[in-house]
Design a protein around this ligand. Structure first.
Ligand code: GLN
Length: 516
């Protein structure tokens, strides 16, 4: 009797395919069937590549039968966030702007997954252009949290998190600009790693904020994340920000004992605003680390409370520049001439505000009209808000007061970490202030939504890595996330510490009671 693929870890699954206990086709079919049953409820996938995945799996099985070598992810089904380019599948970034867009090439990470013989089952839902913390900014509808479908899965990689939590694929790829891997992983009870800036190539990741964006694995355990990270990390001459440092074996570093490991605890993290149930779960996790031989020390990150304002200047500034390419001419959605949505022209494009025809805006030329209308129709409200914030903060007269100042505070935040890592090896704490919140709770209040990333944005600003994993459940049955942050290129240690935690606890083994 072959094992049930849905019950296996990624590590076990690859082993089963390699040894012939399970065919890649049977494995792929099992996950595709699960996607078919659950996606109507969760909306975690925007595109499913049934045919492509099965063809790929059959090819892997044929290769195994003929004794040819298999890659390290042989037969492993993977969900890929729709922000990564895939040559054979649409890539929309959950935006109307890119609806139906098919990139001419695979992102480097996608190419590496294929090279490692993974099976890409589809593209996962997300907040539009990765801007959001609840997945409610998707132009194609929100994702539901598998633990309670009336709640948000977090964002922006909410589809990837829900996909893993609901066994639609054992692993998924996410991207994290301010918390988008760690926060949804925390709210969905899975393990998600944001590597050091530059550790994983971003070539082919649709750019949001280029000095912050990083791609990483989301899975049920640190061991499964290590397996995937090993396959996707490493220098890429196609991404000038990718690091040249050699990729260590993450999988082989997992079972090192934590004796003597120094973990920092930031007292400010436990100030007002942190839900008491989350605080309790996080403190219990520190106790587990003590049991594992680690010691816990108070550390200060004196500028961390400036993280949100700093991030919400730098990220929108970079976004306003990156998203300028969506002009209706080169990419994506183009408004039909003289039809559709009446755009309010901005930034001096109004030829003469006194001369409006029939109450509609007048444009200085048909070209400008096409730009304005295409962008007005193609982008959702949050993306527009970010573009306006960023354009404003970068404009002459405001640049020094906002953008340049934010860059200086960013430097202070980074220095806090460098100082803290003089005395501790890792820093632990909450991922988010609360467990999963109800869908709709924060959609009317952008500031409340921005605050969901208060514990995660600082790692992106500092360029360091962070991992989040479940450390308990609320009385209402929702997962509580724990975050570990480490110095640059400390992925081995982050994964090792998490794996040891998971060897002593079974929070990561719990499955949502999803009735489908
Ligand atoms: N929630 C944050 C934002 O809206 C982070 C998003 C991300 O990491 N992509 O910008």
């Amino acid at each position: 009797m072959p094992p049930d693929p849905l019950q296996l870890s990624a590590v076990e699954l690859v082993h089963a395919v390699r040894s012939g206990d399970l065919t890649a086709v049977a494995c792929t079919e099992a996950f595709l069937a699960r996607i078919e049953r659950t996606n109507g409820v969760l909306n975690a996938f925007l595109a499913v590549d049934r045919e492509g995945a099965l063809a790929r799996a059959a090819e892997i099985d044929a290769r195994r039968r003929s004794g040819k070598p298999l890659g390290p992810l042989a037969g492993l089904p993977v969900g890929v966030k729709d922000a990564l380019c895939t040559a054979d599948l649409p890539t929309t970034c959950a935006s109307k702007m890119l609806a139906g867009y098919r990139p001419p090439y695979d992102a480097e990470v996608v190419a590496r997954l294929r090279h490692a013989d993974a099976v890409i089952v589809g593209k996962t839902n997300m907040d539009e252009f990765a801007m959001g913390g609840s997945n409610e900014n998707s132009a194609f509808g929100p994702v539901a949290n598998p633990w309670d479908t009336s709640r948000a899965p977090g964002g922006s990689s909410g589809g990837s998190a829900a996909c893993v939590a609901a066994d639609m694929a054992p692993v998924a790829i996410g991207s994290d600009t301010g918390g988008s891997i760690r926060q949804p992983a925390g709210l969905c009870g899975i393990t998600g790693l944001k590597p050091t800036y530059g550790r994983v190539s971003r070539r082919g990741l649709v750019a949001f904020a280029s000095s912050l964006d990083q791609i990483g694995p989301m899975a049920r355990s640190a061991a499964d994340c290590a397996l995937v990270l090993e396959a996707i990390a490493g220098h890429d001459p196609g991404d000038s920000t990718s690091l040249r440092d050699e990729v260590p074996s993450y999988t082989r570093a997992l079972d090192k004992p934590l004796t003597g490991l120094r973990i920092g605890r930031v007292p400010e993290h436990f100030a007002a605003g942190l839900d008491p149930e989350v605080a309790r779960g996080v403190d219990e996790a520190f106790a587990v680390f003590r049991q594992l031989g680690a010691t816990v020390h108070d550390v200060r990150l004196p500028h961390a409370h400036h993280g949100i304002p700093t991030y919400y200047l730098i990220a929108p500034c970079e976004a306003s520049s990156n998203l300028a390419r969506y002009d209706g001419a080169h990419y994506g959605h183009r408004a039909e001439p003289g039809k559709g949505h009446r755009a309010e022209p901005t930034n001096g494009h109004r030829a003469d505000s006194g001369k409006e025809r029939d109450g509609a805006a007048a444009f200085e030329s048909p070209l400008v009209e096409m730009y304005c209308r295409s962008r007005a129709e193609g982008f959702g409200p949050e993306v527009k808000r970010r573009i306006m914030l960023g354009t404003y903060a970068l404009s002459a007269g405001y640049y020094d007061a906002y953008y340049a100042k934010a860059l200086r505070v960013r430097r202070l935040i980074r220095q806090d970490y460098l100082d803290a890592f003089q005395t501790v090896d890792l820093i632990g704490g909450p991922v988010s202030a609360t467990a999963a919140f109800p869908l709709g709770e924060k959609t009317g209040d952008p500031l409340a939504m921005y605050l969901v990333d208060m514990y995660t944005v600082t790692a992106n600003l500092a360029g360091i890595g962070g991992i989040s994993f479940p450390c308990g459940f609320t009385a209402g049955g929702l997962p509580i996330g724990f975050q570990l942050q480490g110095p640059a290129l400390a992925e081995s240690l982050l994964l090792n510490a998490t794996d040891r935690f998971q060897s002593l606890t079974d929070w990561h083994r719990r499955r949502p009671p999803l009735a489908v």
